[in-house]
Design a protein around this ligand. Structure first.
Ligand code: ZN
Length: 408
């Protein structure tokens, strides 16, 4: 049991460190390993690397290590402070932990591996540590990985907002839309114009250049658009087709709601019949829809217009698509359905960016995988009332950053 050399080897300890004591407490389910440096050992200065610095004094510290089966394992060691002729008295960096952490690198590596797969709170429960301590580890490594990003190749950008805390607070997610990347590269608090300015600064600090962003895909938000015009001056904007479609869905729903006041019996419980595509409805729902379609309802007319609008995105040639959309806008405006007229006017006000989809084919929905990852991040950050935690989860889940300690 007490083959100390074996424990030293298992921990990967090398000169001058070795395990000098092992205490096993079956009742408390705890394994304590005492680590010490060889007497008379000298250390390099942590500041300049100058070898052979004499130990000035030591301070005892304990780190949580990976469990030994069902037993919590702890390392305790005297951490030396050395005296460098140049830098004075400095604390030595031990090889099994970083800075002031209370955990070994291997324990932190385990936490980071788990954090990719499960909520932080659940990790806390699994390893019997308070989740604020787990968050501290996750923040540390995610921050490092975010800062280490090289954005010199980022040229096509997707911007989208996502809310936390029941839609009260927002963060803006900036994604590299390059098919080889498709990942969140920057997350900012809020969804105003300044978030774009922050992104441009971050880009410049990470090897990129705001002038090299040539394509931006975003919703029809005035704030993002103003930010892009000002801070990403070379970018052409495509309005994300899923957001455009969402605006149309809102318009159809507004028509239905208004009409339901007059035709309560007919329209009760029909909301999703009009918002889903027919091929996504069940046979029963389709039968119901068929019965409604023969009625002289405004909702039916709005729905028919929405199906026609969907075809705009199916057309092959950009010139034909523009012609098609122009006719559709005319029809919508003649419909006398106020929400549809407003939608048509919004399309006219965003004309180039809506049409541009036919040239770029970029959309944030192209990243539907990414959207679902961001939803997963939201679920995992749930219960944590801070934008910081939510941002970190987005980076962790949708950033493809692979954060964690460098183990040798
Ligand atoms: Zn030094």
């Amino acid at each position: 049991m007490h083959d100390l050399g074996l424990f030293s080897a298992a921990l990967g300890l090398g000169e001058p460190w070795e395990v000098v004591g092992v205490q096993f407490d079956a009742e408390r389910r705890r394994l304590d390993l005492r680590v010490d440096f060889r007497k008379g050992a000298r250390f390099p200065c942590p500041e300049c690397g100058a070898a052979g610095c004499k130990v000035h004094d030591t301070e005892s510290h304990t780190w949580r290590h990976l469990n030994f089966f069902q037993h919590e394992a702890y390392l305790t060691a005297r951490v030396p402070r050395v005296e460098c002729g140049e830098h004075g008295v400095k604390q030595v960096q031990v090889p099994w932990a970083r800075g002031r952490s209370d955990f070994t690198l291997l324990f932190e590596a385990l936490v980071m591996a788990l954090a990719r797969e499960m909520p932080v709170k659940a990790i806390g429960g699994l390893v019997s540590e308070h989740d604020t301590k787990i968050w501290r580890i996750v923040h540390h490594y995610v921050d490092l990985a975010v800062e280490a990003q090289d954005l010199s190749g980022t040229g096509r950008l997707g911007i989208d907002d996502t809310s936390f805390r029941r839609g009260q607070d927002y963060v803006s997610v900036f994604c590299d839309l390059d098919p080889g990347e498709r990942r969140a590269v920057f997350v900012a608090e809020g969804r105003d114009q300044q978030t774009v300015e922050q992104f441009a600064g971050f880009l410049a600090d990470h090897g990129g250049d705001p002038e090299q962003i040539t394509e931006v895909c975003q919703d029809m938000s005035v704030a993002y658009l103003a930010g892009v015009r000002e801070h990403l001056a070379k970018a052409q904007v495509t309005f994300d087709r899923y957001h455009v479609k969402q605006k149309l869905s809102e318009a159809i729903d507004a028509v239905r709601r208004a009409e339901a006041k007059r035709h309560k019996e007919l329209l009760k419980g029909t909301r999703y019949l009009w918002l889903k595509r027919p091929d996504n409805l069940t046979v029963k729902q389709l039968d119901w829809l068929d019965q409604l379609l023969v009625q002289p309802l405004e909702t039916v007319r709005a729905w028919e217009l929405s199906l026609k609008f969907d075809d705009f995105y199916e057309l092959g040639d950009p010139a034909g698509a523009e012609e098609y959309l122009r006719r559709w806008v005319g029809e919508a405006k003649d419909s006398e359905l106020e929400p549809l007229i407003k939608f048509a006017e919004m399309l006219e006000a965003h004309w180039e960016g809506v049409l541009r989809w036919h040239r770029t084919r970029v959309s944030n929905g192209l990243l539907e995988g990414l959207n679902s990852l961001i939803q997963a991040a939201k679920r995992r950050a749930r219960g944590y009332r801070s934008a910081r935690n939510y941002k970190t989860m987005i980076y962790l889940v949708a950033g493809k950053l692979n954060p964690g300690p460098q183990l040798t």
